[in-house]
Design a binder for this molecule. Structure first.
Ligand code: EPU
Length: 418
């Protein structure tokens, strides 16, 4: 198994380009099933989760034409409506295939999706199932396996009792081919949702309100396919901004949309991290003194749960005390033990809250990456720590950040993959 070896304490410098968004691409690939025409996708990040998503759609019968700058998916010959456990067990985003398969074939079988262990008892899919039932589907559950059938999907009103990004996207896609009008209420508002709706509308869907809490979908009998360039990954933008602040470096982040991390930039203004922001670039300047600041994770446009771990690393380097309150997932603070081993002063209150007292010097340690976002936080902690940090299980980092070691070496980081 590969690991990262980092010699910390180097100031970083230069430019880094943001790749296409994982959490956007993971919805666009399955959305291609809604049409029988070929979709052309560019700016796809070269990461594990995308490879798995492409393997899964190939397994269903789609043809894939991979070129250097784009890929084409021809979904015409998709003839299978069951997800093999071989793929579904490997990643949570396999759930994104269910709605489009149901909409196209009226039936779908699948095992409970696998993935990151950040939610207690596995991550539930109850909202998806409730939504499909609202659209007229019948759901049979046999142990870990689901069988959903709908002779005809019918537009309906559905209220999400909990805000969920993927469930919002899933029902939005499914309702695109349902008969009549669907109104989804209390939807997630993440930019990836609007991006998906914009693409679907560009090929014939009739979706209004994506990016707001209420989405109205007028069902159509078929949709076409077209071209899409995956939007920049806002979580890479955020991670790199935090990395610059933590290592007190000046870095320019290119090919990004700073408006998607508005909450973090507003906090930077309050705590003393200087930056220059353009439409598609962000320069984080060297900070003189950064002060601590509480965060409470929230659905977009609030503070993203995915940036909570690297933000916590920043709070180990700032002056004062910060309360980190993780509200979305139950197991997203587990990495703080590792930060404590590195020398951070963190007191855990309960699985959702921890106090960080800064500034403290961090020291290199042997660590294991528990999940994707905690993994990048450990990597960044290694960059600021004194001495050598070794990170195992880096598969969890590669899942979301393309070629991260090479890209960070471009900024002067001393990081090796062995
Ligand atoms: N939830 C339910 N029932 C459901 C679905 C979700 O109770 O049927 C709960 C979850 O357990 C969680 C909350 O709703 O407590 C929010 O989860 P959400 O469904 O929004 O998460 P997700 O859609 O599974 C997406 C991203 C995550 C990101 C969250 C932020 C994708 C593929 N994943 O997950 O990304 O953390 O939104 O809410 O878009 C990552 O990139 O590292 C990652 C985990």
């Amino acid at each position: 198994m590969q690991k990262f070896i980092i010699q910390g304490g180097h100031e970083l410098k230069g430019e880094i380009s943001v790749k296409g968004g994982k959490n956007s691409a993971l919805k666009i690939i399955p959305a291609s099933i809604l049409s029988k025409k070929t979709i052309k996708i560019s700016n796809l990040p070269k990461i594990e989760d995308i490879d798995k998503s492409l393997e899964l759609i190939k397994d269903l019968g789609a043809k894939i034409n991979k070129q250097k700058k784009y890929i084409e998916i021809d979904p015409e010959n998709i003839n299978k409506n069951s997800l093999s456990p071989k793929w579904a067990n490997k990643f949570r985003a396999s759930i994104m295939f269910i709605g489009p398969l149901l909409a196209r074939f009226g039936e779908v079988k699948f095992p409970h999706p696998g993935g990151c262990v950040i939610g207690a008892g596995g991550r539930p899919i109850d909202l998806f199932l409730e939504g499909f039932i609202a659209l007229g589907a019948k759901v049979k559950i046999d142990g870990n396996n689901y069988h959903i059938q709908a002779k005809k999907l019918k537009g309906a009103e559905y209220f999400f009792t909990q805000i969920s990004v993927t469930a919002t996207e899933s029902l939005m896609m499914t309702a695109t081919l349902a008969e009549g009008v669907t109104i989804l209420k209390n939807c997630a508002m993440e930019p990836e949702i609007k991006n998906l709706a914009d693409y679907l509308n560009s090929v014939g869907a009739k979706i209004e309100g994506a990016g707001t809490p209420t989405i109205k979908i007028k069902g159509v009998s078929e949709i076409n396919a077209g071209e899409i360039s995956i939007m920049p990954d806002r979580l890479e933008t955020g991670s790199f901004s935090l990395m610059a602040a933590i290592t007190k470096s000046e870095i320019t982040i290119k090919n990004c949309e700073p408006k998607h991390i508005e909450v973090l930039l507003n906090i930077f203004n309050k705590i003393g991290v200087p930056f220059i922001q353009g439409k598609d670039f962000l320069t984080i300047k060297k900070a003189k003194k950064i002060i601590s600041h509480n965060i409470k994770t929230h659905e977009y446009p609030g503070f993203p749960t995915d940036l909570q771990p690297p933000y916590t690393v920043l709070m180990t380097q700032t002056e004062g005390q910060a309360l980190i309150h993780e509200t979305i997932y139950d197991r997203r603070l587990q990495y703080i033990d590792m930060l404590s081993q590195m020398g951070a002063k963190i007191s855990s209150c309960d699985p959702h809250r921890a106090f960080v007292n800064g500034p403290t010097k961090l020291y290199g340690k042997k660590l294991t990456s528990p999940d994707l976002r905690a993994g990048i936080a450990m990597l960044i902690a290694g960059l600021v720590a004194e001495g050598e940090t070794q990170i195992d299980n880096i598969y969890q980092i590669d899942r979301g950040y393309e070629n991260i070691d090479k890209r960070l070496r471009g900024l002067g980081a001393d990081i090796k993959r062995v």
